[in-house]
Write a protein that binds this ligand. Sequence first.
Ligand code: AMP
Length: 215
Amino acid sequence: MRLILLGAPGAGKGTQAEMLTKLYDIPCISTGNIFREHISNNTDLGKQAKAYMDQGQLVPDSLVIELVKSRITQDDCKNGMIFDGFPRTIPQAEALDAMLADLNIPIDYVVNVEVPDELIVDRMAGRTVCPSCGASYHKISKKEDIAGICNACSTNLVQREDDKEETVKKRLEIYHAQTEPLIAHYKAQGKVLDVHGVGTVEEVRAAVKKALGVN
Ligand code: AMP
């Protein structure tokens, strides 16, 4: 199974990706998480990406595409993968289509998680993330067991620089201008499953599964 999760920043893609990676036993490729890992390891790529990320801007296509190109040929992707936060622009989608066509493994579905902008801004304010393993939490919908500590690896949770309100607004503008056109791109391929992304994590999870035809 090869899936793309589309939706605005904060639409809940990461949370649904965690569920889907277990369901299908395939890895999740989150370009945002990969960049954050590079930043914490202080790599050259991390330094380049951070400047864009902290301002809510997109990292240039060329850097993102190279990263994904080397990731999808790794062994754990042989049964499929879930893309979370990639592609985000038409050139990225076209590059992904070409990469997967070369490997003869086209995308099966694009799950489009729809959430209104007003709700996104509220949601991001309550979101924290583990700087070590990338797990994300939310003060209302997905609380950690011990306040401020990651369930998975016991690291102190932080608020992402790019989850601050002004940055979120800029990210939403960029989403509408550059990422939303991907819905039409994949609709033309007949691959889009629209999912109502408002509700509890469990409700959205059920809606995603229903759209994919699984129980
Ligand atoms: P995310 O965790 O997916 O919300 O990504 C956080 C930030 O990483 C984004 O706001 C961008 O700055 C950068 N980023 C992640 N994925 C991409 C991508 N596919 N294209 C460009 N920038 C990206």
